[in-house]
Design a protein around this ligand. Structure first.
Ligand SMILES: Cc1cc2nc3c(=O)[nH]c(=O)nc-3n(C[C@H](O)[C@H](O)[C@H](O)COP(=O)(O)OP(=O)(O)OC[C@H]3O[C@@H](n4cnc5c(N)ncnc54)[C@H](O)[C@@H]3O)c2cc1C
Ligand code: SF4
Length: 337
């Protein structure tokens, strides 16, 4: 059903050079504005003529949105910082290796050179029906084409389905949740700082949206506190091929050890649900226990207890069980990021 058309629909292009100007433009334009970062997701929508914004607000001229700053308590990454800059940054690699590793396996080098952290976090779902312009629930229609006996749903959700069964596709987000990142959102009323996992919304809340960004809002930076700086990390991404491919699933953990015992842990999984999942029940269950494969085995079983597979994605249940197991017991095998 995807239709190839020749040119993008007409829109006005505005190129602010400061956050204040961008905010004002977004507030003035309201619903008709489209925020553009690296353009990788944005241009897909525009070239396929599926999204037709009136005004494109291009953030590429705003220097204050770029770069990685060491702060009094951790680091702050501007939303327009590229994935390559993050993957190669000395401080990120030294103390937040789980994030460096997660962004270094996104897509291809060209995409990482152009794609930004804000865009990677805020990108839309990859369900091919929706991307192809089919009028499904997420597109404002009244049906899910993926959740039918013959729907192509191999990559779709095993948790959190509510009419829409698409998954959140980002590789960076589980790593950001694991290191307790905070997202800074600015709008004309001021700044809001929220926990990474609270940025995302499921279809039960608003089926046409993937995050809490409203007209007039801008994600300006990502703050990473020092709480999990330099602890033990694990990141693993499973995909169909080793380049240029979205995750079938990924897992990220940050673990503090007291001897061989887990004194604190944060663990998150993505591409299993419409919003990235932090596994709070697993975190609570393994605290105080040794970071071994045996503990990981118990955690993996617990993680998938309420999974509900679709017609073609039951493989995701043992996959998630094993990824969670390795994200906890991996310390024994030296697989830490
Ligand atoms: C072929 C291909 C393969 C890919 N593979 C992977 C992969 O394996 N793993 C992975 O994680 N990603 C993957 N991606 C996604 C890619 O990494 C980009 O990060 C992502 O498409 C968007 O980043 P961008 O900077 O280009 O943002 P854009 O495309 O410009 O924006 C994406 C969305 O975020 C919104 N947005 C952007 N910045 C902000 C902001 N500061 N505030 C509010 N809203 C904002 C935009 O309005 C838009 O809706 C792939 C993309 C392509 C095209
Ligand atoms: S999974 Fe979601 S995005 Fe895909 S067809 Fe169903 S409603 Fe649309």
């Amino acid at each position: 059903m995807a239709v190839i058309r020749d040119v993008m629909p007409a829109f006005d292009l505005v190129q602010p050079t400061s956050v204040a100007d961008a905010q004002k433009l977004l507030a003035d334009i309201g619903d008709g504005a489209w925020v553009m970062a690296g353009g990788l997701d944005s241009f897909d929508w525009l070239k396929d003529r599926i999204k037709k914004p009136e005004v494109l607000v291009d953030l590429s001229g705003i220097d204050e949105l770029r770069g990685i700053r060491v702060t009094g308590d951790g680091i702050e990454i501007g939303a327009m910082t590229t994935l390559t800059e993050i993957a190669t940054h000395a401080e990120v690699r030294k103390n937040y290796g789980v994030l460096a590793e997660a962004v270094s396996v996104v897509a291809s080098p060209q995409i990482r050179n152009q794609g930004t952290l804000g865009g990677n976090i805020s990108q839309d779902v990859r369900c091919w029906y929706y991307r192809g312009g089919w009028p499904c629930y997420r597109a404002g229609g009244n049906i899910c084409y993926a959740d039918t006996p013959v729907g192509r749903n191999r990559e779709h959700a095993i948790f959190g389905a509510n009419r829409c069964v698409a998954v959140h596709p980002s590789d960076s987000v589980p790593a950001l949740i694991a290191i307790d990142a905070k997202f800074v959102i600015k709008n004309s009323k001021g700044d809001q700082v929220i926990d990474a996992e609270d940025y995302f919304i499921g279809p039960e809340y608003d089926i046409t949206k993937i995050n809490i960004i409203k007209p007039g809002d801008l994600l300006t930076s990502i703050r990473i506190p020092s709480t999990y700086s330099g602890v033990k990390f694990y990141f693993e991404k499973v995909r169909d091929r080793n380049v240029w491919d979205f995750p079938l699933m990924n897992v990220a953990s940050a673990i503090k050890l007291d001897g061989n015992n887990i004194s604190d842990i944060r663990i998150a999984v993505n591409a299993v649900s419409p919003r990235p999942m932090r596994l709070k029940n697993v975190e609570a269950a393994v605290k105080g226990k040794p970071a071994t494969s045996e503990t990981g085995e118990i955690a993996g079983k617990m993680a998938v207890e309420s999974a509900v597979p679709l017609q073609f994605n039951a493989y995701k249940i043992p996959l998630m069980r094993n990824l969670v197991k390795r994200a906890i017991g991996g310390v024994q095998e030296g697989k830490w990021a």
